[in-house]
Design a protein around this ligand. Structure first.
Ligand code: BES
Ligand code: MN
Ligand code: ZN
Length: 457
């Protein structure tokens, strides 16, 4: 989709050519002397329009206005959060086949973050999945003009949001793909495709190299599948080599059957999304390609399937991880931590400023936090604070969870240095404690996105 930013007053919007003109109307709206102002003021006075975010009034072919359809959206005080709620109310209108060009005009001065929120939300609302539909209509909406009182003042916020949209859509596309259209090989290819952008490099490691690295935990998960594993290593170099990178690690289980500890059949299809963490790493790199910030970032994705098979790893098997720690695999369905632990060990070689892993790791996190906030676990308060602030700014919030050492008690094993599962209680936390024993001293954070990466259906 194409976004453009324009300085557009309400009086200019009157004659603006588009299929749908959307006006964001705040509390205490100040009418000017144009036809749209008069229309809004009249609708407010009659009580036909409310300014609460999410309230809307839809008009067809309004007299004296060029746009065919006009939508007035209340947006409260105009904060980023309120603008997001308002634009979400667009709903089906943004997917209608007859609407190819939309203009979204702020009938007020913009609060910081509001324009970015509008861009991200309209992209989100108009997204349609098409990858595996033979007769799918592609997304009709091809051009969105964002009109504000002073384009210069919000230009960089707008550019950032457009880059984020490119990244988010890349992540969404890969997370949505069925497992046979997003195999470890194809996920590796998707990462490699990003290296066509300046500043991005990609290395793909196959089974032989992963074996040579000694990633016994990752190999154990992959061994039950016909699909060869991939270990993706992405680099974005925007700063001097001497500047320590941030390493992002994304869980890339392209399908999670549970393995020999097989999952129930109902809703097992949803486990195609078990590479949502990997998809977010791909999306970050897609956005980096556009934003080109002066930082260094490494992206690591251990990608494989978790399948039951004659060769599959069995409950009770003990494997040796790359760190040298041995692991008793008591439950083959706790596979995410097994692929992640070797990637976290590998991360140390970059002498990172911080390591952040992103994973659809536990059903327990879904129980704890539902679908609104991701679980955040962090060994470092400053890193935790930065991630919480970033989540709030992006309306993709997280919630900090504890990491007391007592939570690791249950991971003790009689047959190995540690077990891959503890009891049911505090399952999201014990998973995080497992990962923590592979990170050493670097500032580390773990985002459990099991609840936030997927909406049923
Ligand atoms: N991919 C799942 C986590 C998951 C479960 C995400 C449900 C979203 C919804 C993960 O690999 C898993 O199976 N975890 C187990 C861990 C358990 C065996 C300790 C779980 O959460 O049930
Ligand atoms: Mn699992
Ligand atoms: Zn999983």
């Amino acid at each position: 989709m194409n976004f453009e930013l324009k300085t557009l007053s309400l009086s200019a919007a009157v004659a603006y050519k588009c299929d749908l003109l959307v006006l964001l109307v705040p509390e205490g709206f100040q009418p000017q002397s144009d036809a749209l102002s008069a229309l809004i003021a009249g609708a407010l006075k009659a009580g036909d329009l409310e300014t609460k975010p999410g309230k809307l009034l839809s008009l067809y072919a309004p007299a004296g206005i060029t746009a065919r359809r006009l939508l007035l959206l209340g947006c409260g005080k105009g904060s980023a959060h309120a603008v997001r709620q308002a634009v979400q109310a667009l709903g089906a209108a943004s997917k209608a086949p007859s609407i190819k060009r939309v203009a979204l005009v702020f009938a007020m001065d913009c609060e910081a973050g509001a324009v970015g929120a509008a861009v991200r939300t309209i992209a989100d609302a108009s997204y349609v999945y098409t990858a595996t539909k033979s007769k799918a209509e592609p997304r009709a909406l091809s051009r969105v003009t964002v009109g504000v009182a002073d384009a210069g003042a919000v230009r960089s916020e707008f550019a950032t949001a457009s880059a984020l949209v490119a990244g988010i859509e890349y992540a969404r596309e890969w997370a949505n793909r069925p497992a046979n259209h997003a195999t470890p090989t194809l996920v590796g290819d998707a990462a490699n495709a990003l290296s066509k952008h300046a500043g991005i490099q990609c290395k793909l490691h196959g089974p032989a190299q992963v074996a040579k690295l000694g990633m016994g935990a990752f190999l154990a998960v992959a061994q039950g599948s016909e699909q060869p594993l991939r270990f993706v290593e992405l680099r974005y170099d925007g700063a001097a080599r001497s500047q320590a990178p941030v390493v992002l690690v994304g869980k890339g289980i392209t399908f999670d059957t549970g393995g020999i500890s097989l999952k129930p059949a109902a809703e097992m299809d949803e486990m195609k999304f078990d590479m949502g963490g990997a998809a977010s790493v791909l999306g970050v790199f897609r956005a980096l390609a556009e934003l080109r910030p002066a930082i260094n970032v490494v992206g690591l994705i251990p990608a494989c399937e978790n399948m039951p098979d004659g060769r599959a790893v069995k409950p009770g098997d003990v494997v040796t991880s790359m760190s040298g720690q041995t692991i008793e695999i008591l439950n083959t369905d706790a596979e995410g931590r097994l692929v992640l632990c070797d990637a976290l060990t590998y991360a140390a070689r970059f002498k990172p400023a911080a390591v952040i892993d992103i994973a659809t790791l536990t059903g327990a996190c879904v129980v704890a936090l539902g679908g609104l906030r991701s679980g955040l676990f962090a060994s470092d308060d400053e890193l935790a604070g930065q991630l919480i602030a970033a989540g709030d700014a992006a309306q993709d919030p997280c919630w900090r969870m504890p990491l007391d050492d007592e939570y690791a008690e249950g991971l003790k094993s009689n047959f190995a240095d540690l077990a891959n599962v503890a009891g049911r209680a505090g399952g999201a936390i014990t998973a995080a404690k497992f990962l923590q024993s592979f990170v050493g001293d670097v500032p580390w954070a773990h985002l459990d996105i099991a609840g936030t990466a997927w909406k049923s259906g």
